[in-house]
Structure formats: C-alpha cells, structure tokens
Design a protein around this ligand. Structure first.
Ligand code: NAD
Ligand code: MG
Length: 378
C-alpha cells in the first residue's frame, strides 16, 4: 500500500487523483489533503478518505471544523502546505496546486525525502534547475503528471540505454490555430475560453489559446529530461491523441497515444512502474480515421519563440515570462487588455528585466514580483 499526500486536492487534477484512490483502496492510503478556499469540498474529501492531516490555505477557525472531522490534524495558511509536503508520514506527494507556490512545496517534499508527483508547471518553469538538482541529490526522480511529459516519460521506458535525439512535444493548437494573426490579436475572452478538445481552468485555457502553455511545457521538458530547447520540437496535432513522442538516432520514433483523460498520466505517476485501471477507454482508432500534424506558426504564436529565447537567456528569464504572462492573462480575463497585448506585455517585461538572477528561491520570487509589476502598470 502506498501513502499519498495531495496538495490542491479540490482542483481538477486533485479530484481526479482521488478518483484513482477511490478505485484502488487496496493500493493507496491518503495521508494529507489541502485546498485553498473550497472548504465544503475539502470537508467531504476528508470525510471520505480520512487523512491524518488536512489544511485550508485561507484559514479555518477551530469552531468551523465539523464535529465528525476532528479526528484529523487541521492546519491553516502556508503551514498547511509545508506540513502536508514534509511532515506527514507519506511516500508520495502530488503537487497539484496552481502557481509559483508549487515550487516551495516541491522543494519541501524532496528535502523530506518524499517522491514528488508533479502537475504544477510553475515549479519547473521558475526553479527547474533547483528542483532537478535537489531531486538528483536525493535520488528521487520527479514523476511528471502533465500529459505531454507523462507521455515522454512513458516513451522513455522503451529507450533502454539510448538517449533520444529529439523530443516531439505535441500541441492541440488551441481555438485560434486556423485564425489569422490580426484576428488572434483581437480575440475576445469568450473566444479564448472555448478550447476545442477539453475543459480546464481559465488560466490554462487562455494559455492554450496563446500557446504560452506550450512555451511553459518546453521549459518543463527541458528540465525534466535534460534536453536543450534546440532539440525540443513542438508539433501541432489537433486531434490530441498522440500525447508526445521521442525520436532516436536510428530514425525510430516512439509515441504515446490515448484518449485525452488526465487520469491516465495521473494514474501512471501514482502506480509507476505498474499500470492500474483508471476508468479510461481505449481510443477508437477506426472512428478517428486520420491523425494530422502541422508545423507551429511562430509568427502567429510568438509565445513559442519567446519561451525558447527565455531558456537560452537563462537566469530568471523564464520566471519573468511566467509571472508576466500570469498577470497579463488575469488582466485579459478582467477585460482590461486585448488578447494581442498579452504577448506585448510579456515581451515588455522580458525586455525591461533582462539579466535578473535565479540562483535562489528568494531571487526567483523577486523576479516574479517585478515581472508582475511591469504588467500591472502597463
Ligand atoms: P485547479 O485550479 O483546478 O486546482 C488548484 C488546486 O490548488 C485547488 O485545490 C486549489 O484549492 C489549490 N490552490 C489554488 N491556489 C493555491 C495556492 N496559491 N496555494 C495552495 N493551493 C492552491 O488547477 P488544476 O487544473 O488542477 O491545475 C493544477 C496544476 O496542474 C497547475 O499548475 C496546472 O498548470 C497543472 N496542470 C493541469 C492540467 C489539467 O488538466 N487541469 C493539466 C496539466 C497540468
Ligand atoms: Mg500539458
């Protein structure tokens, strides 16, 4: 039986991880659950999974804890995340919170010798060098949950002693794939929030439309698989059946396919190296008929070029891109700026804040703060 702590248990990834725990009660025991503010949802999860520790970031007065849930140790604020990641008697920590807060949790879990299952992109985007160094020191490889990175990780199981030449990182292309550049710049909030293939939170949906999501995923892949950006090729694949692939020197390509259901990559990280049922069906290749692939258009989607530039620049450039994009997307969602201005503001922040260092968590948080400030005060 494996013990698992879930940070961000009430979110899209967290609830799907609990679905897998529910399917396999003989395999998993939930040791800790945390959420930011959804207290009723968290109460229901604690009632069902009976962890030793539970925490609500936004705080929870003792008298608000339901009588029947007082068996568990309740924590508030950042202390809840830290305790769930580091102090709980657990084997694995699933980091499925959003934002740069994930970086501290990953470092805490690794410091405490726990296996990290990583959904949170920002930890690698901003502090990939620190995370991978720590994971190496501790001998605890990071198990990816993001679907493309899980696909690459699954493909690597068939690589034997061979290093892949290239990573082929697939992308749906988002709702604006076939639009003209000028049309994309004027896209509205409603248009950007309409993803062709799946439903996710607003931030990641806008990122899929701008392709900043794929830019962040290039950074994730760079760190997880120690692959320079020059050998990571984005491949637009609108059907989203091939979740990514790796290519070898002899011309062979190994790809991972399946219907898009996050329970597959979440489940694989949880049961690695075994596979357990996830409730996901096989893809129906006969009804799909054809799979198509296109080269990404970096003129229409400058985010891809900007992400690669940031990786080449190093230092805090990726943190600046990430912080600026997050703030710009928030402004776009409040109808304060146009879609095209997301690209402009990120470019402006990167331009203004070149040369910042990212040698420590403090420097990373500072770069993040300054990037957001540039975007807030357009
Ligand atoms: P979500 O918004 O659905 O859920 C986030 C969870 O984290 C919630 O439980 C929330 O209470 C908690 N949370 C939010 N802000 C927090 C903070 N500052 N500190 C601590 N906890 C906080 O998000 P999600 O879609 O589950 O995504 C989680 C992470 O996984 C993100 O980094 C996202 O990019 C990544 N990811 C998600 C998907 C997906 O399909 N949803 C796919 C790939 C990667
Ligand atoms: Mg992804």
């Amino acid at each position: 039986m494996k013990k698992i702590a879930i940070l961000g248990s009430t979110g899209s990834i967290g609830t799907q991880a609990l679905d897998i725990c529910r399917r396999h009660p003989e395999e998993y025991r939930v040791t800790a659950l945390t959420a930011k503010s959804s207290r009723e949802k968290l109460f229901a999860q604690v009632r069902e999974f009976r962890p030793e520790t539970a925490g609500l970031l936004d705080g929870l007065p003792a008298e608000d804890i339901p009588e029947d849930l007082r068996f568990c140790r309740w924590l508030s604020g950042k202390e809840a995340l830290r305790a769930a990641a580091a102090e709980t008697d657990t084997d694995m920590v699933l980091v499925s919170i959003v934002g740069i807060a994930g970086l501290q949790s990953v470092m805490d879990a690794l410091d405490a010798g726990k296996q990290v299952l990583l959904a949170n992109k920002e930890a690698l985007v901003t502090g990939g060098h620190l995370v991978m160094e720590k994971a190496g020191e501790k001998g605890l490889p990071i198990l990816p949950v993001d679907s493309e990175h899980s696909a690459i990780f699954q493909c690597l199981q068939g690589a034997g002693p061979n290093q892949p030449e290239k990573i082929l990182l697939t992308a749906s292309g988002g709702p604006f794939r076939t639009w003209k550049r000028e049309e994309i710049r004027k896209a509205t909030r409603v248009q950007a929030l309409k993803h062709p293939n799946w439903e996710m939170g607003a931030k990641i949906t806008v990122d899929s439309a701008s392709m900043f999501n794929k830019g962040l995923e290039i950074m994730e892949a760079r760190w997880l698989f120690d692959m320079p950006e020059s050998r990571i090729q984005v491949v637009v694949h609108p059907e989203s059946i091939v979740h990514s692939a790796i290519a070898f020197t002899d011309g062979a390509v190994i790809a991972q396919l399946g219907v898009l259901d996050m329970r597959v990559p979440i489940g694989y990280a949880m049961s690695y190296p075994r596979r357990l049922t996830t409730g996901t069906a096989l893809p129906d290749l006969f009804s799909l008929g054809a799979l198509t692939f296109e080269e990404p258009d970096e003129e229409k989607f400058p985010s891809l070029r900007m992400a690669k530039d940031a990786l080449r620049t190093g230092g805090a450039a990726c943190t600046v891109l990430n912080g600026a994009n997050e703030e710009a997307v928030a402004r776009f969602l409040r109808d304060e700026i146009t879609f095209g201005e997301i690209y402009d503001l990120v470019a402006k922040a990167m331009d203004r804040l070149s040369g910042l260092k990212a040698d420590s968590l403090e420097e990373i948080y500072e770069a993040d703060r300054r990037a957001r400030e540039v975007v807030k005060t357009r």
